[in-house]
Design a binder for this molecule. Structure first.
Ligand SMILES: Nc1ncnc2c1ncn2[C@@H]1O[C@H](COP(=O)(O)OP(=O)(O)OP(=O)(O)O)[C@@H](O)[C@H]1O
Ligand SMILES: [Mg+2]
Length: 312
């Protein structure tokens, strides 16, 4: 089967003919639309899934500022909106996710209860430190700047790659999805996140240099599969900061679709100032600007992820 036929059948199998619910969605850029392929829509997930056994998903790219944190927060919020119980883990010493969920100042500097605190105190139980966000169904564990020391602190530990997996095990039954926001590195922390995960989402800015970094992420994922987590799956590469008006964005999308034909999400996240604004406001964009195209895109991504089997 030729590549294009393969692509079409994959998309057809996972799609439905239902029209998009949100009229805003009709104007969203999608991979199929931009690349002139058959358009697809994803069904509204109606049923709440069987409870328990959360799917753990890492949001990873060693390149900085590509939309990892924005994706973790807003995909998490969109999944919560369709009834999924979601836990976000801020696994980056920049603690941007924690800030984006409204924790600032002295509370942000507090180490007690952060993921770094939990990794270091063998008596501490993660379930005792879960925080509620302003979105119903969306919980999180705080990050802390001291997490930066983890790379050095873990060096001499036995089974260091499994620390996060062990920490999450007791809460898997309480959630449908656990999203881990990783730092822009492929070091020990990200190895921990990937070892604890069922799947990976790779946000990628629609910019040429970003394409070059993708093979490094993929090599790391392959190493994890060979060494600590054979079940790990790439759930998709997510094109972010897409600009419809520039041919550069389209060329980059063409390139990644050619190189990784089965892995590019149909949903694209366009560039919009709403994301930075919602971070300052300390809430997901789905709450800050519910009817914006940014919100519609992440809601569509949530549906696509469920349709592809990446989340329940
Ligand atoms: N689609 C988008 N359009 C415009 N701005 C965006 C978009 N996505 C994210 N941003 C903004 O770009 C900046 C970087 O995004 P984000 O923090 O999500 O990236 P990151 O990959 O998590 O960065 P880091 O590698 O530093 O953790 C933030 O200010 C965010 O608000
Ligand atoms: Mg980040």
């Amino acid at each position: 089967m030729g590549k294009n036929a393969r692509q079409t059948s994959r998309l057809t199998a996972k799609s439905t003919l239902k029209p998009a619910r949100n009229p805003k969605e009709e104007s969203l850029a999608t991979t199929a639309d931009v690349l002139g392929k058959k358009l697809v829509t994803f069904a509204e997930p109606t049923k709440t899934p069987e409870s328990g056994n959360a799917r753990v998903i890492s949001v990873v790219n060693q390149k900085g500022g590509v939309g990892k944190t924005t994706t973790a927060i807003n995909l998490g919020a969109a999944l919560a909106e369709v009834g999924r119980r979601v836990l976000l883990i801020d696994f980056d010493s920049q603690a941007s996710m924690t800030t984006g969920l409204g924790i600032k100042g002295a509370a942000l500097r507090e180490q007690y209860g952060s993921i770094w605190y939990l990794l270091n105190d063998s008596e501490a139980k993660l379930e005792d430190f879960i925080l509620k966000s302003t979105v119903p169904g969306l919980d999180f564990i705080r990050g802390h700047e001291d997490l930066a020391a983890a790379e050095a602190a873990f060096v001499s530990e036995i089974a260091k790659e499994h620390k996060l997996r062990k920490l999450l095990a007791p809460v898997l039954d309480k959630y449908d999805v656990i999203l881990i926001d990783c730092s822009p590195s492929l070091g020990t922390l990200t190895v921990n996140a990937l070892t604890a995960s069922n799947g990976v989402i790779i946000p990628m800015e629609c910019e040429y240099f970003a394409v070059l970094g993708l093979s490094l992420v993929k090599k790391t994922i392959q190493k994890i599969k060979e060494n600590t987590n054979p079940e790990l799956q790439i759930l998709g590469i997510l094109a972010t900061m897409f600009e419809r008006k520039t041919s550069h964005s389209r060329e980059v999308l063409e390139l990644i679709d050619k190189e990784f034909p089965d892995e590019v999400f149909d949903t694209i996240i366009s560039r919009t100032v709403r994301f930075s604004e919602s971070t300052v406001a300390g809430v997901p964009v789905t709450a800050y600007a519910s009817s914006s195209s940014g919100s519609a895109s992440y809601r569509r991504l949530a549906r696509e992820l469920i349709a592809r089997g990446g989340a329940k």
